[in-house]
Design a protein around this ligand. Structure first.
Ligand code: FAD
Ligand code: DHB
Length: 389
């Protein structure tokens, strides 16, 4: 056997799984289609649940996160000038950590380099074979040559557009999907955050989110029609739109500046079941996508890795297959709850084209109830900080 586990995809889930397996003495090879520079240039998630923080520490990649990340006790949900503070720490005893996915990925690459793990970039035309035999194989092309690796297990960590999910025969997969009729335009700017904590802002003009990466780097988003492109949104237009969607109190403190990154992401809910096909296991975005409103995408990838690394270690070290047999069901139970929360947050905070006045009243009433009910705030906080593994 060439290696014990072949991991397809060198994003956060593939790298974290590899790091945890390597630390347990299990050999891995990572196959990544893009260059390392490309993977590290993607600006994506910004909020870590505490369970994610703890697993990153356990993987030996917590030092820079603990030094540079910012723990947040709560967040704001607003509708025009109605501002509701949800105090996660007081309601659940837990915080979340502001630390970007780009930094997590960076730390994982550094740690994997220090371990000497083989990470192959520029890998094309991956095929996953022999999944019901005594050992699996993965074929790929690199530098114009075809290669083949044999292994005990394959981890499909190759995101929504990857090859792993499609390796499961279509008639043996069940897919669930909601596509939302809008996207998020996000910018990064070297300016101080408009508030100490995140603001999820509903408004008559649509949703806006004020997030951050550090004390002089903000990540701000506005809801846009799906047809909009980055070129439609010069900086001045972005700032004017963002300003009118956040509460006046926050807008008064807004500092603007040039954007250093700008991108549009569509919003989607998606789950493909099951997560196991013979010797193949799906992890993270390869199996599921959430709209970003609940800050769950990266955190769900981490919880999948939590279940799968334990199961693979038990199988490869003790010959105990029980964890592998239950991986799909265990991971899906948590995935569906995060799907529900992300969907509910999305419905609570976005304006839908063509909606009637009733829909806006429902959103406003949901927020008014949150303002008055500690029970409602606790329910939101419990989901936002992350349900137990
Ligand atoms: P990915 O990060 O997608 O990594 C998969 C890797 O596999 C990639 O590096 C890819 O190049 C590689 N790959 C793909 N196909 C192949 C192949 N055939 N062979 C080899 N390698 C392959 N979540 C939030 O919580 N908040 C956000 O604000 C947020 N914003 C997002 C914005 C965008 C544009 C996107 C796409 C996602 C966003 N997410 C966000 C979701 C979050 O980033 C993902 O949940 C997270 O990246 C999942 O990690 P992953 O490792 O499973 O997948
Ligand atoms: C960020 C993105 C999210 O989707 C979210 O819910 C919170 C923060 C961010 O990029 O910082």
């Amino acid at each position: 056997m060439d290696t014990q586990v072949v991991i397809i995809g060198g994003g956060p889930s593939g790298l974290l799984l590899s790091q945890l397996l390597n630390r347990a003495g299990i050999a891995t090879v990572i196959l990544e289609r893009a260059s390392r520079e490309h993977v590290l240039s993607r600006i994506r998630a910004g909020i870590l649940e505490w369970g994610s923080v703890e697993l990153l520490r356990e993987a030996g990649v917590g030092a820079r996160m603990d030094a540079e990340g910012i723990a947040h006790d709560g967040a704001w949900l607003t509708d025009a000038d109605l501002m509701v503070h949800v105090d996660f720490k007081a309601l659940t005893g837990r915080q979340v950590m502001v630390y970007g996915q780009t930094e997590v990925t960076h730390d994982l690459y550094d740690a994997q380099d220090a371990m000497g793990t083989t990470i192959l970039h520029g890998v094309e035309d991956v095929r996953i074979l022999d999944l019901d035999g005594p050992q699996a194989a993965v074929e790929y092309t690199q530098g114009g040559r075809r290669h083949r690796l044999s292994c005990a297990y394959v981890a499909g960590c190759d995101g929504f557009h990857g090859v792993s999910r499609r390796t499961i025969p279509e008639d043996r997969r069940r897919e669930f999907e909601r596509v939302y009729p809008f996207g998020w335009l996000g910018i990064l700017s070297r300016t101080p955050p408009v508030a100490d904590e995140l603001i999820y802002a509903n408004s008559p003009h649509g949703f806006a989110l004020a997030s951050m990466r550090n004390h002089n780097l903000v990540r701000y988003y506005v809801q846009v029609p799906l047809s909009d492109r980055v070129e439609d949104w010069p900086d001045d237009r972005f700032w004017a739109e963002f300003r009118r969607r956040i509460p006046a109190q926050a807008a008064a403190r807004l500092v603007t500046g040039p954007s250093i990154e700008k991108s549009v992401a569509p919003l989607r809910s998606f789950v493909s079941e099951p997560l196991r096909w013979g010797r193949l296991f799906l992890v993270g975005d390869a199996a599921h996508i959430v709209p970003p409103t609940g800050a769950k995408g990266l955190n769900l990838a981490v919880s999948d890795v939590f279940y799968l690394h334990q199961a693979l270690i038990a199988a490869l070290k003790q010959g105990d297959q029980a964890g592998l047999d239950t991986y799909s069901d265990r991971a899906l139970a948590r995935i569906w709850k995060a799907m529900r929360f992300s969907w509910q947050m999305t419905m609570m905070l976005h304006r839908f084209d063509g909606e009637d006045g009733f829909a806006a009243q429902m959103r406003r009433a949901t927020l008014a109830h949150l303002a008055e009910s500690e029970t409602a705030r606790r329910e939101l906080a419990e989901n936002y900080v992350g349900l137990p593994y």
